[in-house]
Design a protein around this ligand. Structure first.
Ligand SMILES: [Zn+2]
Length: 198
């Protein structure tokens, strides 16, 4: 593993970060469970470093009922108060409130599109989006479109930068560096027809 070339942003001194990069980041997710988990974690990440969230991930899992969207959507004030006292997570009232209201919207998307993944992947017709010519980018045409639609539906903490970061993590966008070993591994799992360049 140590000899493999990774994306330049990966801190190779940190095993948790390497592991996340090697096994999760950029790998296309097609199941609602892991997809919603990342979506919720991205909301809490806003303004903080991703490693901070990764370190707290298991505390989040315990605090948020294993990332069960139906349970989260039903949280009341009593649960909010207990979350605000949980030192293991990010104790932000506005983020906790947004997580609860967003969970309700995720449930309505699931009803409308069959699944949360069905909604998210509909923006690229189920295809992985990439653009090797842009290099690093904080947003993409895809994240602009999705963010606008989510905000229209009332989603909070759903700006284009946050959504682009989420899409990269969820593998709807493949933005591993072209010389990262995961770039090629992911491309090998995809057919030419399941990639679009945008
Ligand atoms: Zn990479």
């Amino acid at each position: 593993m140590e000899n493999k070339k990774r994306c330049a942003w990966v801190n190779e001194q940190n095993e948790l970060y390497c592991d996340y990069h090697d096994r999760e980041w950029g790998t296309p997710i097609r199941d609602d469970g892991p997809m919603y988990e990342l979506f919720l974690l991205e909301l809490f990440q806003a303004g903080l470093s991703w490693i901070t969230i990764l370190k707290k991930r298991e505390a989040f899992r315990a605090a948020f009922d294993g990332f069960d969207v139906d349970k989260i959507a039903a949280y009341g004030e009593e649960k909010v108060v207990s979350l605000l006292q949980d030192a293991g997570i990010i104790r932000s009232r506005s983020k906790i409130a947004a997580a609860i209201s967003n969970a309700k919207i995720v449930i309505s998307l699931r009803q409308e599109f069959g699944s949360f993944c069905g909604y998210l992947w509909s923006f690229s017709n189920g295809k992985v989006v990439m653009n090797p010519e842009t290099g690093y980018r904080a947003t993409s045409p895809l994240s602009d479109r999705m963010s606008a639609d989510m905000r229209r539906r009332g989603m909070r903490f759903a700006g284009s930068v946050t959504i682009h970061s989420f899409l990269q993590a969820a593998g709807i966008v493949n933005e591993h560096d072209a010389d990262c070993f995961r770039y090629q591994e992911i491309m090998e799992t995809l057919q030419e027809s399941s990639v679009i360049y945008e």
